[in-house]
Design a protein around this ligand. Structure first.
Ligand SMILES: C[S@@+](CC[C@H](N)C(=O)[O-])C[C@H]1O[C@@H](n2cnc3c(N)ncnc32)[C@H](O)[C@@H]1O
Length: 219
């Protein structure tokens, strides 16, 4: 991808079987478009998978990148790709359930999650870490992300969510409202899937903002 070779470890979300990783990259303008990332800024990629976006962020000039994933193999995979592309000095990878394993004082100019947007039943049990790349039971992880992400940004920073029309957008909006979070739609990209390209999937980039001007809601 992007004229580079990448390692892909077993049980890590494959960035090549669907266009969704490339859409993430495009949503942030890291495909050669105009980038949304502040120059020399910091980036936290939650749910980094193989680390393609995090590495491209570092190559695009981010001075500090953290690539995190709940799947330990994904965190290891991102570290390997950082080394492969010579950005290990500014990209750190960590296994973490959302923000749980981060340094509590760390703040980021941009936080980004290309989420597991399929809403599973609340009692859904994962068969594998691979499952967890697609499904979020009851949107419990989305709820936590909406609440917690704004706490981890710098004062001018932004917390972003790459969601998709295959997810339950109405449920996401209801959850956001219930935890005092606004979802500002920044950009959409349509992808044509299916044998004849007639299955249109819309990818959405939301900015998560505290309503009432503060991120004070406890996490
Ligand atoms: C749709 S995949 C995206 C992977 C990668 N960013 C890409 O675009 O190729 C979602 C990722 O979120 C991770 N994930 C799911 N729940 C998580 C959580 N609670 N905390 C951190 N990462 C999580 C999954 O392991 C998976 O790697």
């Amino acid at each position: 991808m992007y004229d580079r070779e990448w390692d892909l470890f077993e049980d890590v979300f494959p960035p090549v079987y669907t266009r969704s990783t490339a859409v993430s990259v495009e949503l942030l303008g890291l495909d050669g478009g105009s980038t949304r990332l502040p120059e020399r800024g910091s980036l936290l990629e939650v749910g980094c998978g193989a680390g393609v976006l995090a590495v491209l962020g570092a190559l695009a000039g981010c001075e500090r990148v953290v690539a995190s994933d709940i799947n330990p193999q994904a965190a290891a995979n991102a570290a390997r790709n950082a080394e492969r592309h010579g950005v290990q000095d500014r990209l750190r990878s960590v296994q973490s359930d959302l923000f749980a394993a981060l340094d509590p004082g760390e703040r980021f100019d941009t936080i980004f999650w290309h989420s597991n947007y399929v809403r599973g039943p609340e009692d859904y049990e994962f068969d594998s870490v691979h499952d967890q790349a697609y499904i979020d039971p009851g949107y419990e992880a989305h709820r936590r992300y909406l609440i917690e992400a704004p706490h981890w940004t710098t004062p001018e920073g932004s917390a972003l969510l790459h969601f998709c029309s295959r997810g339950d957008i109405e449920a996401l909006r209801r959850i956001a409202e219930s935890c005092d979070r606004g979802l500002r739609l920044l950009r959409t990209i349509e992808v044509h899937e299916g044998e004849y390209g007639d299955d249109v999937v819309e990818h959405l980039l939301f900015e998560v903002n505290p309503l009432n001007g503060s991120a004070a809601t406890s996490s």
